[in-house]
Design a protein around this ligand. Structure first.
Ligand SMILES: [Zn+2]
Length: 190
């Protein structure tokens, strides 16, 4: 799509809630162009009110029918949360703490299992648990989104981008071609 064709409006086919990590820009990961994706990026792909509001806006205004929570392996925000839980620090910035607090519940449960002795697996599972938590929050934390989901107009799924392989794994719900919105399978195969 050309810039000049989009001056009068946009019709993004997916909303991406991704991490701010410089290695995971949604448009490049999915090989998409101007006007294709409505992207919200925040450290740890957390869901706070402004993220929910942004998604409500896009779903309502543009009729976008797919939301992808895009986390990634070795996420620094998740690692920082694990560190915080292991060694609570008094001096952390209150703003950063707000992010850690959103990730904390997903990690805390895993820290109470044998995973606490296996750092690599703990981080891996924590990343996925955090993606699931964000998906769950979006599915149930907004009346507007919940109504769209119930009316079969919105699908919220979770995916993990592997920094190691470049592959995106849709492990939490799979967007099907032709389902609700025109999503060609080829658009997701890059
Ligand atoms: Zn990250």
């Amino acid at each position: 799509m050309q810039r000049s064709e989009l001056v009068d409006g946009q019709k993004p086919f997916a909303i991406i809630l991704g991490c701010s990590d410089s290695r995971v820009p949604a448009e490049i990961v999915f090989d998409q162009s101007l006007g294709d994706l409505f992207v919200i990026r925040v450290a740890g792909n957390i869901v706070a009110p402004s993220q929910v509001g942004s998604i409500e806006f896009a779903a309502d205004r543009f009729g976008t029918g797919l939301v992808v929570v895009l986390g990634h392996t070795m996420c620094g925000a998740v690692e920082a949360t694990v560190e915080e839980l292991e060694r609570p620090s008094e001096n952390r910035s209150p703003n950063l703490r707000l992010i850690v607090d959103r990730i904390r519940p997903a990690v805390q449960t895993l820290l109470e299992t044998a995973l606490k002795n296996d750092r690599e697996r703990l981080i891996r599972q924590s990343v996925r648990a955090n993606i699931r938590a964000s998906v769950d929050h979006l599915r149930h934390g907004s009346q507007i989104l919940e109504q769209l989901i119930q009316g079969n107009k919105l699908l919220v799924v979770g995916a993990e981008y592997s920094l190691e392989t470049g592959v995106v794994d849709f492990f939490e719900g799979i967007p099907e071609p032709g389902d609700r919105q025109p999503i060609a399978a080829s658009e997701w195969s890059t």
